[in-house]
Design a binder for this molecule. Structure first.
Ligand code: BDR
Ligand code: CA
Length: 303
């Protein structure tokens, strides 16, 4: 099994990623930490708890950063709705979040773990930047970071910037300079592996988890005729099926001001960083395999 910690801002696609991480037997989800992003952190924390509670999973949740390190906070409620996870009535009797901050919980769970951890951030990287600044010793116990965010091509917030990196570019810069191996799961593949309308229809009557995902994904404010981007779910797909995703080693720099703020610049030619690399960047994906896997994963969940 792969032991992971998810740092997340649910969020429709975050909720789907949590669903896979909680239910796939090959993944051991040790901790969930929340961050402000799609909606405010009080809501993303609640939404993470709602998913944990929905599956009666024994996974602790710790609340994280309310705002980015420097930049002003802007949510994405226009895409993910006011609650962040609209369209389904989740149980209201939620477990309590841990009595410590996300940074404290990350430190504790990483240092106390017997095995090394794979960190999976699917929101902005504020908690991770704070963790690395405060407790640099955790780096030796993190195998790799498989992060949704960034783009070599077009952004989805500005022409240059993807939402998670745009939300806290300073944190992204710290993460990319941390020295921990990073897999960048960006828009270059997540906009390619859309969950098709046919797949969405199949989810509805599959089981209760399928119905829940169908109902929230149907409310995706960003969907097109071709389907819905399941951005964050691609991180879990990569963990389980790296063969379906092509990556390229390169150096990623993050722009922290000006018109390209939040852009992830890949040194594709190895010209600027002398051939040195700090990330594996996902550049291609088998979209049909992603859809097939998504449906299989959900179909295996017992009511
Ligand atoms: C990212 O932004 C968020 O809205 C999604 O949850 C995903 O993490 C995509 O740009
Ligand atoms: Ca997210």
């Amino acid at each position: 099994t792969i032991k992971i910690i998810m740092d997340t801002d649910p969020g429709i696609d975050d909720a789907a990623a949590l669903t896979m991480a909680i239910n796939d037997p090959q993944i051991d989800l040790a901790l969930v930490t929340s961050v402000a992003g799609n909606v405010t952190v009080d809501k993303t924390t609640k939404n993470a708890q709602k998913i944990v509670r929905f599956f009666n999973a024994d996974v602790p949740v710790a609340a994280g950063a309310q705002q980015p390190l420097i930049k002003e906070f802007e949510d994405a409620a226009r895409i993910h709705g006011e609650s962040g996870m609209p369209g389904y009535d989740f149980p209201e009797d939620l477990p309590k979040p841990l009595d410590m901050t996300a940074v404290e919980a990350l430190h504790k769970y990483i240092m106390e773990s017997d095995e090394n951890i794979t960190l999976v951030p699917t929101g902005s990287y504020t908690n991770i930047a704070l963790l690395f600044s405060e407790y640099p010793e955790v780096k030796t116990k993190i195998d790799r970071i498989v992060a949704m965010g960034g783009s070599l091509g077009m952004g989805n917030m500005t022409s240059a910037a993807e939402f998670n990196v745009f939300t806290d570019p300073d944190a992204a810069k710290i993460m990319y300079q941390s020295g921990v191996p990073i897999v960048m799961i960006g828009l270059d593949i997540t906009m390619k592996a859309l969950l098709t309308p046919e797949s969405l229809t199949k989810l509805e009557h599959m089981n209760e988890a399928g119905k829940m995902l169908h109902d929230i994904i149907s409310n995706d404010g960003d969907k097109s005729e071709a389907g819905s981007a399941m951005h964050d779910v691609n991180t879990i797909f990569y963990l389980l099926h790296p063969e379906a995703i092509t990556t390229k080693d390169m150096w990623i720099d993050v722009i922290t001001d000006g018109p390209a703020i939040g852009e992830t610049v890949g040194d594709i030619r190895g010209a600027y960083h002398d051939g040195k690399t700090n990330a594996k960047v996902a550049v291609d994906i088998d979209a049909a395999a992603f859809n097939k896997w998504f449906l299989e994963e959900v179909s295996q969940i017992k009511d």
